[in-house]
Structures are given as structure tokens and as C-alpha cells.
Write a protein that binds this ligand. Structure first.
Ligand SMILES: *[C@@H]1O[C@H](CO)[C@@H](O)[C@H](O)[C@H]1NC(C)=O
Ligand SMILES: *[C@@H]1O[C@H](CO)[C@@H](O)[C@H](O)[C@H]1NC(C)=O
Ligand SMILES: *[C@@H]1O[C@H](CO)[C@@H](O)[C@H](O)[C@H]1NC(C)=O
Ligand SMILES: *[C@@H]1O[C@H](CO)[C@@H](O)[C@H](O)[C@H]1NC(C)=O
Length: 954
């Protein structure tokens, strides 16, 4: 271990001179990227426009190939100036001066009425995505043309006679907004021309369609998962912007059709027939043929705010992490969907370099860093990204590099997620390689062979629209979009306006209760410190797996000692330990059966019925009282703290929701306390003093106890949550504060009238009129509620809503001898009223929800039924007005007995709070190996769910 440590330090020292990148340097790289972009764009416009692509070596246009089967070219060449069209959405950011002219050309010259067979997927992501994005950009521009130019950052020269090559003359300004609707029209027209592809039984579309004549006779039924499943972003936005619902419906149907054909392990194949059968080779991975299916799951979840997609994403992602990822956590290679065997030899392709970007969006930054390291080593070894690489043999299978953006995109996302300057240095290397290896007189060439540097006469439209755009975003330090905005898989920014979002169904809202999605904050690894606040920040290059990733691609130096599998551990003077990633997702079956008894078996049907799993409608937590045969799907947490239960049978557990198990079969697990005992400043018990006022029209604020008469004293138990009952200070007392504090002035006590003979339980909000409170009154009051109907926490929340500063909770009426248990108390932990109990809640005050709802300012005290009855009678029969005071038991005992009123200011000379520590109910965590299941609590608190109804614990 020590040696590993010093090796890390050596690496660290070695790196210090490249540690940071100054802002000047970063901005210089940004400007250099922009000028490369301009070079490529102007070259295309000069030498190739209106053709779809530029020939960068011969500096001429590239047209459709006469061979109809040359899909590599013809899928994209629709005679629509594709490079211009695809690049349009990047111009405002990288080359705004060219934007007005480009908009006019697209609006006025492009027609999709072309007799060409093209690919549904490519036309959608390159053309439709750019048009929709442009429509939204124009929509956000101001109405005044000069302001439009200014907003776009175009330098406008006011003096039309002056000559300046860098500025647009004022007379040349055109109103860009006039083209806004044309962009949507074009997108809609293209969409309609693509519709014939969906004429299949399954909803899985054909891969190709003729833009003028529709589906061709004998069209191949073969398509790929990514092609059929990556339409939802563009199609949904098109539908919602135009009101033509067909597109969203079809894209959704296609997406679900693919997902519904997943294997038991949630794996998909990469090639599928429109009839719905997976076709050979039946491999499942993250690269070509599959990539953007996953990407569109998470992005549709973000853009549409629709769990349907994000749920599918996280399920499919768990399958990828479990089966496609290798044990070291760095390599993602295809496996056979059925046999779950990796192909041999197996490859990683350059398309799968999109993965880290997607992992960042999904919140799994740690995995993103790892997977990116492999691609980084591929890039630095070959000074470009080879199309495919046989990783076990460390040799290139396909040496081309057509200027693909995926690795650059991932570098950009990771820089934004970690702010580690390592990613800027990666970008700098990419920029230099693109400049020195691919730049030609008029554009950027495809590298035919990354080892020899041989070039090919083609510039794909994504070279500008994505590769240079993402490089620009990286150096410009632009945060990646979020909340209903995404970059499509072609780098076009699409935004679902809030007004076009569909509100989630009632069922969805319900199951999302308590959900609290958060992304873990990335922290740089450090040495020399056990906490994360001091020590030397290592950065990406200081990670244990940094050099391991290098070894995976470059090979292991032969000078080190061999280990069992033939790999050598020594190289570069350091030591590399082989990392291992914890298993990502698996299922555990809970059973109270004796585990050491080999004859005990889990039950046949382990699916939990509604009687076993109940969702608490308030907290969103799932409660289980009988674990027998429950199957829990657990998944690795992105913050690296352990596992979370992701589902119990069909019930999905969302981030922030907990699973609470109170089966006595798990009582042994209670030994591990899950959290330290809660500290509270409330004494567990208080003395309650009730005062009655004869004058019913006395003001509500009841400033003095002298106007009334002490009626009775009783003991109350404070709740373990909500307001801390602390002694009032002399100055607080004088200032007339309105909090409910020990020794403070009397507070009005409201006793709501009975309804149908039943006392108010505080589970529904009541109007102030109903409670007999003047609307305009700002006087504080405490409300009395009876036990039952909902949880104590519910009662506190509802009292807060009504406007009370406190709740006096009253216990159950004691049962008479032989009296049957009333139905509403069945299953209660305490059927008999057992005197005082301390109301408790699932949460304690540190829960963010408490702060949000302001529950720290409202207190709850519990007392016995009899006290409540006496008070009620006084109000109902004698029309008295009541007030309540809370007092410390010890300091007031004497006065109570002598019925002498205490002198408040001298009774509480000690302003220091006394701290009470109380153990809430014991809780435990279940461990899986060395890792806890973080959102699963085993508790001894008797939770009584009956027939799927919420608990009666309040
Ligand atoms: C390309 O499109 C233009 C109009 O958009 C048309 O005039 C021209 O004939 C088309 N070229 C081919 C080869 O179809
Ligand atoms: C250009 O002219 C407009 C009015 O036409 C004026 O408001 C603006 O300040 C002028 N800008 C410059 C840079 O002179
Ligand atoms: C569990 O089964 C084993 C073997 O049958 C037995 O020795 C042990 O006492 C059992 N434990 C319990 C708690 O029943
Ligand atoms: C009752 O209180 C009201 C308001 O403070 C006062 O005007 C009235 O005189 C009081 N009545 C008696 C009988 O004290």
C-alpha cells in the first residue's frame, strides 16, 4: 500500500507544471476553435454550397452517390445543403456574422420535396433537429432587427459609408424574425415526409424512406435500435410546437416497442426487424446501433419531464453497468444479449465515446470519469479516435476517424461536471490534432488511417455542427443545458417550453411523493487527508485508475513483476493496482426462513401483493410489515455510498423515498444504529397550564393570565420533531414574541367543534370561521386535535396550514372493560391508551422538508384524553375562552402545588438551553457485503398498515 501511495506522489510532482490552465489560455483556445469553425464553414460555402457536403481535399462539392447502396453518403444527402442546415444552430454561438445569410438561404432555398431515399434517423437528427433549434433561437430574438443583431453578438456598423470588413453594415440588416415560422414549416414538412416509415405493425419504423414517394417496395425491414429509438426529442417538440400529435405518438410507440422487446436482464439487441424480432448478431452494448437509444431515454426524461423515459433509462443503464461494463469498471464492450457472453475478440467503437456525457447527465460522474479515461488513452495514443479497437489485444480494427464529436462532447460534459483542468488539456490536445492532422485548404478531411495519417476527401456535417461546437463549448466554459433543455444527439439545443409540458398524471404525482432527485457533487480525490477539506487535491491524473486506464490501451511495461493472469504491474516507475467496481445492480430476496437451513426455500411467487407494500401518501415512503419472499432490486448509488433499493417487485422506489421495514423477523438488524440519536432542546415532558377566561369577548391575544383563572395543570409530552420547546428569555417576554415557549405568555387554545359526534383529528384543513377565529386576527393560537386518522406529522403540517403555532394532540379514549377495539384503531401500535406517548415522525428536523414547510416553528404536545375532554366541556357547555401555557416541570412544581403564579422573569434566569438527547426508535441498515442499502430502514417502530390503508399512528 505504501508503495502505491508514493507512486501517486511521484505522479503528482511530475504533473505540477501543467496543473492549471489560465483563463487567458482557455479563451485563446476558444478563439482558435472559433476560427477553425469559420474556416470550415466558409470553405463549405465557397466550394461546395448548395451541395450537401464539401470535398475537403479537392475543394469541391460532394453529391449523392450513383450507387444506391452507398448508404454512407446517400442516407444523408437529400439535396438540402445538409452541411449548412446541420451547422445552422451552431452559428449564433461560434460564427454569428454568418447567421443572417445562412438563415435566409435555408428559408428561401431549401425544399424537402426531393426524390431521394434517405435515412429517417439521420434526417431527423441533422435536419429536423437543427430547424427546430433555429426556430426556437429566432423565437427568442427581440423584434427590432438591430437588437436582434446585437443579441447575436454581430458587430453592426452605424456608418453605412465607412468600410469595415468585420462589421455588418446597417443597411444590410435583415429582420430575422420573419423567417421564424418558415423554420417550423420546414421541420413540419420534413416530418410529414418521414411518416411513411412508420407504416409497420409494430411501430418500429423502417430505416429509410423516399422524401417524395414514401416507402419503396421491397424496402429492407432491418433497422437498428438507435435509429428507431432516437426520434423522441425532435418528434415530441415538433408535435407540441405544431399541435400535430402524430409525431410524438409514433416516436413514443417506436421507443416503447423496442423496450418491450428487452430481455429478462433489460438488455436490447442492436439490430431489429420492423416486424419486431431481434436480428443477428444479437449483441448488446453501448456503441454503434444502440448508443442514442439510451441517450434519448435520459434526455427525453429531462426535456419532457416524463418518468416513462427516465425510468426506462435507469433500468437499461443498470443492465449496461451490470453486464456490458467489465469488472474493473472502465471498459464497456458488447455482450450477447441471450447468452450474456462477451464477443471474442471484442471491440470498443468510437461512437461509444458518447457514454461519459450520458453518464454525467444521468448523475453517474464517477463512472463517466472512468469510461472517459479509456477513450482519452485511445486518443492520445493515436492522436485521433480510431473507429474501432480490439481492446484485449490492444490493436486497431478500423483505423478511420471521420471527425466524430462523441469524445469531445464527453470531455465537455466532464469538464462542466468536475471543473478539473485535466479536461481542458484533453481539449487542447484534440484541438491541436484536428488542426495539424485534418485541416485542409478549404475544410477538414476525414482521417482514413489514424496510424499513417492518410486522409479521405470527405467532411461530414457533424465536424462543424458538433465536433468544433463542443470544443468551443468546452473552452468557452458554457454550462450544459438542463431543466427541459437538451442537446440532441446531433448537438442541436432543443427546449420544451414550460407551457407545452404535460402535467404528470395523478398516479404519477402520487408515486413521486417524497422524491428528491439530486446529483452527487463531484469531489476531487486527495492525498494526505482523510476528510475532503484538506490535503493535496489530486485531480483526474492523480486517480488510482488513471494509469491503469493507460495500461489498458498502451499495454503493460514488461519490466514489472508478473502477476497471475500474465499482466505486469510495474511500469513508469509506479505501481498500478487493478481497480474493481462494485456490482452495480442485483436482486435480493428477503426471507425470514432460516438461512442456515438448506431445506428452506424462498416462496414460489415472490411478487408482493398490495397488502405487503404500502406507500405512505405523505412521505412517499414504502412500508413493509411482512418481508416474506419480498424481492428487492438494489442498485449502486452514484454518490458511491452504497446501494439503494430501486424497486420492490413492480413498485419503483425513487430517489428520496425510503423503504421502511418493521418485520420482527429482521429485529437482529436493529443492532446497527443508522443515525446518531437525535438531539433536541425540548424536554420530553412539560407542564401544561390551562387558563379560562370568563369574558368571552376578551381579545384573542390574551396578554395576561390575570384576566383569567388557572383551570388545571397537566403533563404533556413533546413531539420528537417540530418546534423545540425552549425557555423564554426575559427580553423575548417583554417584546411580546409569538412563539410557543416555556414560560411565555398564554396562547389561545382553539378546540374545533365535533362533527357527527367525532372530535376533530386534524387531518383536514378547516377554515378559520369554522374554528371561530376572526379572519383579520394575527393572534397566535394552538389547535387541539384528537389522535387517529393520519400521522402526527400530518397533523402538524395541516395545523401549520391553518395558521396555528402549535398542536395539542389528545390521546385515544380508554376502552371500557370488554369493549371491542374500534375499527380505526385496529393495527395501531397502541390500541389501549397507555398514558403519555411522545409523538414521533419518520423524519427529524434536519430533513429539508421541515425547513421548507416551516415545521421547525410549530410545536406539538401530546396529552391524555381526559384532559381534552375537560377542556372541551368548558368551551362547549360554558362558552369559555381557553389559553394554554407551557412550563418546565421541575422549576414549577412548587408553584403548581401552591397554585401561585410564577414570576416568569425570575423563574428562568438561565438563558442557556438545556440539551436533551433522546433515542428515537431504533433503526438499522441492511448490509450487502461491505456496503449498506442506504434507503432501506429496518425499524422496531410498529407500523401498522391494514389492507393498504395508511397508518393510524397519529
Ligand atoms: C436539388 O434541389 C433543387 C431545389 O431544391 C432542385 O432544383 C434540383 O433539381 C435538385 N437536384 C437534384 C439533383 O435533384
Ligand atoms: C447606432 O445607432 C443607434 C440609433 O440608430 C444608436 O442608438 C446607437 O447608439 C448607435 N451605435 C453606435 C455604436 O454608434
Ligand atoms: C437454523 O437451522 C440450523 C440447521 O438446520 C439450526 O442448527 C439452527 O438452530 C437454526 N436456527 C434457528 C434460529 O432456527
Ligand atoms: C369583556 O372584554 C371586553 C373587551 O376587552 C370589554 O370591553 C368588556 O368590558 C369586558 N366585559 C366584562 C364583563 O369584563
Amino acid at each position: 500500500m505504501l508503495r502505491i501511495y508514493s507512486a501517486c506522489l511521484l505522479i503528482l510532482l511530475h504533473l505540477t507544471h501543467v496543473w492549471c490552465m489560465t483563463d487567458e489560455k482557455r479563451e485563446q483556445l476558444r478563439d482558435e476553435t472559433a476560427s477553425l469553425f469559420k474556416h470550415g464553414y466558409e470553405g463549405y460555402m465557397k466550394y461546395a454550397y448548395p451541395a450537401d457536403e464539401l470535398r475537403p481535399l479537392t475543394c469541391g462539392p460532394l453529391y449523392r452517390d450513383t450507387d444506391p447502396n452507398n448508404f454512407g453518403i446517400n442516407d444523408i444527402h437529400a439535396n438540402v445543403s445538409m452541411t449548412l442546415l446541420d451547422t445552422l444552430s451552431s452559428l449564433p454561438l461560434v460564427h454569428p456574422e454568418a447567421y443572417p445569410k445562412a438563415i435566409q438561404l435555408v428559408a428561401e432555398k431549401i425544399s424537402f420535396d426531393q426524390d431521394v431515399k434517405v435515412q429517417l434517423f439521420e434526417m431527423t437528427i441533422r435536419a429536423m433537429g437543427s430547424l427546430l433549434s433555429t426556430y426556437q433561437t429566432l423565437d427568442e430574438l427581440p423584434n427590432d432587427p438591430i437588437e436582434q443583431y446585437r443579441k447575436l453578438g454581430i458587430n453592426v456598423n452605424n456608418d453605412s459609408s465607412a468600410w469595415s470588413w468585420a462589421a455588418t453594415k446597417k443597411n444590410d440588416i435583415v429582420d430575422l424574425k420573419q423567417y421564424e415560422n418558415r423554420m417550423l414549416e420546414l421541420a413540419h414538412d420534413l416530418g410529414k415526409r418521414l411518416l411513411p416509415a412508420f407504416d409497420t405493425v409494430t411501430g418500429i419504423p423502417y430505416a429509410r424512406v423516399n422524401l417524395r414517394t414514401g416507402l419503396l417496395k421491397g424496402e429492407s425491414i432491418e433497422t437498428c435500435t438507435a435509429g428507431a429509438g432516437s426520434l423522441i426529442l425532435e418528434f415530441s417538440l415538433l408535435s407540441r410546437l405544431t399541435g400535430d400529435e402524430r409525431f410524438e405518438e409514433l416516436a413514443n410507440k417506436a421507443y416503447l416497442a423496442l423496450w418491450n422487446r428487452r430481455s429478462n436482464q433489460n438488455l436490447l439487441g442492436n439490430t431489429v426487424g420492423t416486424h419486431g424480432h431481434w436480428l443477428a448478431p444479437g449483441m448488446s452494448g453501448v456503441g454503434a446501433g444502440m448508443d442514442s437509444f439510451f441517450e434519448y431515454g435520459i434526455k427525453a426524461g429531462v426535456m419532457l419531464d416524463d418518468d416513462t423515459y427516465s425510468d426506462i433509462f435507469y433500468d437499461s443503464y443498470a443492465a449496461i453497468q451490470t453486464y456490458v461494463r467489465t469488472g474493473d469498471g472502465l471498459i464497456y464492450r458488447p455482450i450477447q444479449t441471450r447468452l450474456l457472453q462477451p464477443a471474442s475478440p471484442s471491440i470498443i467503437d468510437s461512437l461509444s465515446a458518447f457514454l461519459p456525457a450520458m453518464q454525467v447527465i444521468a448523475g453517474d460522474v464517477e463512472s463517466a470519469i472512468k469510461s472517459h479515461l479509456v477513450f482519452w488513452n485511445l486518443w492520445r495514443k493515436y492522436n485521433a479516435m480510431p473507429e474501432s479497437f480490439v481492446w484485449q489485444e490492444r490493436r486497431i480494427e478500423w483505423a478511420g476517424y471521420p471527425g466524430r464529436p462523441e469524445f469531445i462532447e464527453s470531455t465537455y460534459y466532464l469538464y462542466q461536471a468536475t471543473k478539473d483542468p485535466f479536461y481542458l488539456r484533453v481539449g487542447e490536445k484534440i484541438l491541436n490534432d484536428l488542426k495539424t492532422r485534418t485541416r485542409t485548404k478549404c475544410g477538414f478531411a476525414t482521417i482514413k488511417n489514424v496510424m499513417t495519417g492518410e486522409l479521405e476527401d470527405r467532411m461530414e456535417s457533424f465536424m462543424l455542427s458538433e465536433s468544433l461546437k463542443y470544443l468551443y463549448l468546452l473552452f468557452a466554459d458554457v454550462p450544459f443545458p438542463n431543466s427541459n433543455t437538451v442537446f440532441t444527439t446531433e448537438g442541436h439545443s432543443l427546449k420544451m417550453p414550460k407551457t407545452l409540458l404535460k402535467s404528470p398524471s395523478a398516479h404519477r404525482r402520487l408515486t413521486r411523493k417524497g422524491e428528491n432527485p439530486t446529483c452527487p457533487v463531484y469531489q476531487s480525490p486527495q492525498v494526505g487527508s482523510t476528510d475532503s477539506t484538506s490535503g493535496i487535491v489530486l485531480g483526474i491524473e492523480g486517480r488510482d485508475d488513471y494509469d491503469y486506464a493507460r495500461g489498458l490501451v498502451y499495454g503493460w511495461d514488461t519490466s514489472g513483476p508478473e502477476i497471475k493472469d500474465g499482466k505486469r504491474l510495474w511500469y513508469d516507475g509506479g505501481i498500478c493496482k487493478i481497480p474493481s467496481a462494485p456490482k452495480f445492480a442485483f436482486e435480493i430476496v428477503l426471507s425470514p426462513l432460516n438461512a442456515t437451513d438448506p431445506t428452506s426455500v424462498p416462496p414460489e411467487d415472490p411478487s408482493p401483493g398490495p397488502s405487503k407494500v404500502n406507500q405512505d401518501l405523505l412521505t412517499g415512503n414504502y412500508h413493509i410489515t411482512d418481508i416474506e419472499g419480498l424481492r428487492l432490486g438494489v442498485r449502486w448509488r452514484f454518490d458511491g455510498k452504497g446501494y439503494d433499493v430501486a424497486n420492490i417487485g413492480p413498485h419503483r422506489i425513487r430517489q428520496g423515498q425510503n423503504v421502511v421495514i418493521s418485520d420482527s423477523a429482521l429485529k437482529d438488524h436493529l443492532a446497527v444504529p443508522s443515525s446518531p440519536p437525535i438531539d433536541s432542546y425540548s424536554p420530553p415532558e412539560l407542564l401544561l397550564r390551562f387558563i379560562s377566561y370568563l369574558n368571552t369577548s376578551a381579545p384573542l391575544s390574551l396578554p395576561s393570565r390575570d384576566a383569567g383563572q388557572v383551570l388545571l395543570h397537566a403533563i404533556g409530552a413533546t413531539a420528537t420533531f417540530g418546534l423545540d420547546f425552549i425557555p423564554v428569555t426575559a427580553s423575548d417576554f417583554e417584546s411580546g414574541s409569538t412563539s410557543w415557549r416555556i414560560g411565555d405568555k398564554p396562547v389561545r387554545l382553539i378546540i374545533p367543534p365535533k362533527e357527527n359526534g367525532l372530535a376533530y383529528q386534524g387531518c383536514t384543513v378547516k377554515s378559520l370561521e369554522y374554528l371561530g377565529i376572526n379572519h383579520d386576527s394575527t393572534d397566535p393560537f394552538v389547535i387541539m386535535v384528537s389522535r387517529g386518522g393520519c400521522t402526527f406529522l400530518d397533523k402538524l403540517i395541516i395545523a401549520k396550514e391553518i395558521g396555528a403555532i402549535g398542536v395539542l394532540a389528545i390521546g385515544y379514549e380508554p376502552l371500557k372493560e370488554g369493549e371491542p377495539v374500534p375499527p380505526e384503531r385496529k393495527g395501531e401500535s397502541v390500541i389501549e391508551d397507555q398514558g403519555l406517548i411522545r409523538p414521533s415522525a419518520e423524519y427529524d428536523n434536519s430533513h429539508p422538508e421541515f425547513q421548507k414547510l416551516g415545521l421547525n416553528n410549530i410545536g406539538m404536545i401530546y396529552t391524555e384524553w381526559l384532559i381534552g375532554e375537560i377542556l372541551r366541556k368548558l368551551v362547549e357547555n360554558e362558552n369559555k375562552v381557553l389559553a394554554i401555557e407551557v412550563l418546565n416541570i421541575d422549576s414549577n412544581q412548587q408553584e403548581v402545588q401552591s397554585h401561585k403564579l410564577p414570576d416568569i422573569t425570575s423563574s428562568f434566569p438561565n438563558k442557556n438551553r438545556k440539551k436533551f438527547t433522546h433515542q428515537v426508535e431504533k433503526q438499522g441498515l441492511l448490509m450487502v457485503g461491505q456496503w449498506p442499502i442506504m434507503n432501506l430502514k429496518v425499524t422496531n417502530k410498529a407500523l401498522a398498515f391494514q389492507n393498504g390503508k395508511p397508518p393510524e399512528s397519529g
